[in-house]
Write a protein that binds this ligand. Structure first.
Ligand code: B4P
Length: 191
C-alpha cells in the first residue's frame, strides 16, 4: 500500500492516516509531525521551518524534499507507507515521482500502485475543527492563510492525480468512523 493523503488543513489527514497505518501495520509518515518535532528539538531545520509554519505558509520545497528523501530511504519504508501532508505543491509531486523511481526499482509514480486520497471538507467546518484543536498554528488568522495557500498551491494536485487515475476522493465531512469506513471501501481493504 502506497498512499498519499491530501486535503485542506484540518480535513483529517493526520487522523485517518494514523488510524489506517495502525490497522495495516505500515509507517505513517507525516511531514507536519516531522517538522513540529524539529521545531521542538530546535534543530537548524526546525528553526528555519518555524516562522513559515507560524505564519500558515508552506515550508520551502527543498527542505521538504530533503526530509522525505531521507525518510523514504529508511528500511521500514520499503513495503508500504502512508504519506500524510506530502506532496503539497506541484514541484514536490514532480520530485516525489523521481524519488519513487529511485527507491522503487525504476517504477515512477505514474506506473506504481500509488493512490492519492483527497479528503474534502467545507471551509466553515475546517475552521471550527482547527479552532477547537488549538495547536500553535490553529488561530483564525493563520488558519485563513493556510486555507488560501492550500487553494493556490496544493489543490492543483487533485487534477494531477485524477489525470493519472490515482485519485481517491472521499467526503471528509462525516464522523471519523464513517470516513475510515469510506476509505477502507474505496481502497478495497478489509481490516
Ligand atoms: P499538517 O501537520 O499536515 O497539518 P494540517 O493540514 O493542519 O492537519 P490535518 O489535515 O492532518 O488535520 P487533523 O487530522 O490533525 O501541516 C502543518 C504545517 O506544516 C503546514 O501548515 C505547513 O506549514 C507545514 N508542512 C507540512 N507538510 C508540508 C509540506 N509538504 N510542504 C510544505 N510545508 C509543509 O485534524 C484536525 C482536527 O480535526 C483534529 O482536532 C481532529 O481531531 C479533528 N477531526 C479529524 N477528523 C474529524 C472528523 N471526521 N470529524 C470531526 N473532527 C475531526
Amino acid at each position: 500500500m502506497q498512499l498519499i493523503f491530501m486535503g485542506p488543513p484540518g480535513a483529517g489527514k493526520g487522523t485517518q492516516a494514523q488510524l489506517l497505518a495502525t490497522l495495516w501495520k505500515i509507517p505513517h509518515i507525516s511531514t507536519g509531525d516531522i517538522l513540529r518535532a524539529c521545531v521542538v528539538a530546535k534543530t537548524t531545520l526546525g528553526q528555519k521551518a518555524q516562522a513559515y509554519m507560524d505564519a500558515g505558509d508552506l515550508v520551502p520545497d527543498q527542505l521538504l524534499m530533503d526530509i522525505v528523501q531521507e525518510r523514504m530511504n529508511q528500511p521500514d519504508a520499503t513495503a508500504g507507507w502512508i504519506l500524510d501532508g506530502f506532496p503539497r505543491t506541484v514541484p514536490q509531486a514532480a520530485f516525489f515521482d523521481t524519488l519513487l523511481c529511485d527507491v522503487g526499482g525504476g517504477k515512477s509514480g505514474k506506473d506504481c500502485d500509488l493512490r492519492a486520497v483527497n479528503l474534502d471538507v467545507p471551509d466553515n467546518i475546517l475552521v471550527t475543527r482547527l479552532l477547537s484543536r488549538g495547536r500553535q498554528d490553529d488561530n483564525e488568522q493563520t488558519i485563513r492563510r493556510r486555507l488560501q495557500v492550500y487553494r493556490e498551491q496544493t489543490e492543483p494536485l487533485i487534477e494531477f492525480y485524477r489525470d493519472r487515475q490515482q485519485l481517491v476522493a472521499v467526503d471528509g465531512d462525516r464522523s471519523m468512523e464513517e470516513v475510515t469506513a469510506q476509505l477502507q471501501q474505496a481502497l478495497s481493504v478489509d481490516s
